[in-house]
Design a protein around this ligand. Structure first.
Ligand code: CP
Length: 328
């Protein structure tokens, strides 16, 4: 167990070593137990977290704000549109100034090619930890909650478990690529064999894929990519964990109209009961939400017995409280 995480940022999934992530998980399970027993756990009394949002949220805002209150502190919700950022406040000024008011700065900034750069620029100027509530490259807190959920459903020994991280069709908008990128980076460290599946044009960042392959080599797990028009059917076979969600073809085109046209070519990439039947009978279905119902996934699957989406959403709270309690 690594007990000194005080002052540390969490921006990318590999910022914490495997041992440090194990510490986060231990603390998260303890905090989950404490909340179930109604045991007070005010580890952050009088501390305040700035929660700066450049993009909408249901779960992230709710769980960070509730988490800070349950830890005895306060989460200050700040919509970037209500600040002077568009009138000139630089990331350096946000880091310097918020770092003097607050005990931590959490930021959601998902704009492609800008978000991660913004978080790192704030972190460089900040004297307090910067926590990534999702950027264009990573969604580390979603990934920690997902890992907690997988351990709860499949046990601590995840070696030889097949996890599929698959693209799915969505009609609403071009979703960020941060969730699949975080998953392929973190899950190999915990023993899972990861299969990444997507149709042509929906590849992830080559440097992230390279890092995921390196983690898989280091932890002696299997990492494979299925890039094919019928990739969902190929990848789902015998899987223990199905994580199928949409993302935009950002490495092919950042143009919204062109991206939507490409996305619309693969409307058959929906998680339905037929595809779930290709996986193990006890395979779990995961999605970070929000999902495009009956487009990304059918109601039968997302509301069915193999779906764990609400446990995933709940575990956001416990995983985030663990990181906040350890770093702030
Ligand atoms: N999964 C997730 O990050 O949800 P929100 O976008 O609602 O915060």
């Amino acid at each position: 167990m690594q007990t000194y995480l005080h002052g540390r940022d969490l921006i990318g999934d590999l910022d914490f070593s495997k041992e440090e992530v194990e510490t986060v998980l231990d603390v998260a399970f303890d905090l989950k137990r404490k909340r179930a027993l109604n045991e007070p756990h005010a580890y952050l009394r009088d501390k305040v977290l700035a929660m700066l949002f450049f993009f909408s949220s249901t779960r992230t805002r709710g769980s960070f704000e509730a988490g800070m209150a349950q830890l005895g502190g306060h989460g200050a919700f700040i919509d970037s549109n209500t600040t002077q950022i568009s009138h000139g406040d630089t990331p350096k000024e946000i880091g310097e100034i918020f770092g003097r008011y607050f005990d931590g700065i959490a930021i959601r900034h998902c704009d492609w090619l800008d978000g991660n750069k913004y978080l790192n620029a704030v972190a460089q100027a900040s004297r307090v930890p910067v926590l990534n509530m999702q950027c264009d490259i990573y969604h580390p807190f979603q990934c920690l909650a997902d890992l907690m959920t997988i351990i709860e459903k499949k046990g601590r020994d995840l070696r030889k478990k097949k996890m599929v991280v698959s693209w799915a069709y969505a009609a609403s908008y071009l979703k960020p690529i941060s969730v699949p990128q975080s998953l392929i980076l973190q899950m190999p460290r915990f023993g899972m064999d990861v299969t990444l599946a997507y149709p042509p044009g929906f590849q992830l960042m080559p440097e992230i894929v390279g890092m995921a392959e390196e983690q898989a080599r280091k932890y002696k797990t299997n990492f494979e990519i299925v890039e094919a028009v019928d990739g969902m059917d190929i990848a789902f076979k015998d899987a223990d964990i199905i994580y199928a969600k949409s993302w935009g073809p950002l490495l092919t085109t950042a143009d919204k109209t062109e991206g939507k046209k490409l996305q619309d070519s693969y409307k058959n990439w929906i998680t339905d009961e037929r595809k779930m039947a290709l996986a193990q009978p006890d395979a779990i279905y995961m999605h970070p939400l929000p999902a495009d119902r009956n487009i990304e996934v059918t109601d039968e699957v997302i509301d069915g017995p193999n779906s764990v989406v609400y446990d995933e959403a709940e575990n956001r709270l416990h995983a985030q409280k663990a990181v906040m309690a350890l770093t702030m």
